[in-house]
Design a protein around this ligand. Sequence first.
Ligand SMILES: NC(=O)c1ccc[n+]([C@@H]2O[C@H](COP(=O)([O-])OP(=O)(O)OC[C@H]3O[C@@H](n4cnc5c(N)ncnc54)[C@H](O)[C@@H]3O)[C@@H](O)[C@H]2O)c1
Length: 387
Amino acid sequence: MAAKKELRIGLIGTGFMGRTHSNGYNRVPNFFPDLEYTPVLKVVCSRNAEKVKAFAEQWGYESTETDWKAVIARDDVDAIDICTPNDSHAEIAIAAAKAGKMILCEKPLARTVAEAQEMVDAANEAGVNTTVWYNYRRIPAVSLAKQIVDSGKLGKIFHYRANFLQDWTISADVPQGGTGTWRMDVDAAGSGVTGDLLAHCIDTAMWINGAITDVSAVTETFVKERMHAITGKVQPVGIDDACIFHCHFANGSLGLFESTRYARGHKALYTFEINGEHASIRWDLHDLNRLEYFDHRDEGIVRGWRSVHVTDGDQPYMDKWWVPGLGIGYEHSFVHQVADFLKSLETGQPCSPNFQDSLETQKVCEAVLDSATSKSWKDTGVESFTM
Ligand SMILES: NC(=O)c1ccc[n+]([C@@H]2O[C@H](COP(=O)([O-])OP(=O)(O)OC[C@H]3O[C@@H](n4cnc5c(N)ncnc54)[C@H](O)[C@@H]3O)[C@@H](O)[C@H]2O)c1
């Protein structure tokens, strides 16, 4: 067997996403053995020397750093993986691009369109490969939903509906800022549920159903003041706790999106439903191996919603896993993204969503927030997606 080409990874940030990505890099050689490239866990970076060493040992990294700039300066690293809070994505990505490194960046690409545009410009100028971890696309049932829509089975699309519901910030005692709760601090996160959760729904929606052209939104911040975890000061909350928007897609369909962290009983309920002229599909993250499908052209006496268990070898990604009938999980979407990024190095095709695609998602997020503030419809200015 020919020796594999190496993709030497420098991973920055060892929290939730640092773990999911590290798991992805470790699993890919076992389950995608035909790829030309293989990831090499060269270095991991986090600010606490002891913790980052323990992480390196647990996940198999060769070395550690405590300053991300040192990772970028290293000659033995090809790709920078950004798993830090949103306020550091632009600075790290721009420095990485300038150093000629490939970039795998967590979502949302940035806090604002202006930051995201600078990242796109830096990556384009350097000519480096990029991808953004909108991982839900790579859950087999979600990939299958796209295949079904692309095949034309649904006919003309009328409606796209998505929810992303959580309940973890209802208590006024949850602080803002700091290590575990940076998502509550607008300076660190850029926005609340819009950038954190709806960005996923928007990415999936535009991938499956095309550009969102204009939006009308309402947001709410239910708890107006929270203590800052670092300063201890009680200060105004700048993030959106909840957001509902409706929109037009370029294909003439209507969209309805809702996200909140105040839906008691829901931990991470991401669902979408698409209604077309002939057929509809719906998906639910809590039952992620299933895709529901209704086809009006079925014979009347047996017509109804089918629940497709997406575990057969001819369904997306499933030939790489176990045997038909056996499901996979959330973590596999990250394994698939690593595999697709490595494949993109072989083929020379972009690993969508790249920085440019994710700038388009950022434009929708910003238009949503602008619409809520101005209480008016906003054009998104979205141009295209590489699909
Ligand atoms: N794709 C997804 O579904 C998904 C899910 C969760 C989070 N995210 C995104 O991933 C990113 C990280 O989120 P998370 O949940 O892993 O956060 P986290 O708080 O669990 O981890 C963040 C990590 O970054 C480290 N860090 C912060 N500043 C740093 C710096 N200057 N240098 C080095 N390390 C630094 C922290 O120590 C921590 O290890 C965010 O952009 C978030 O939006 C994406």
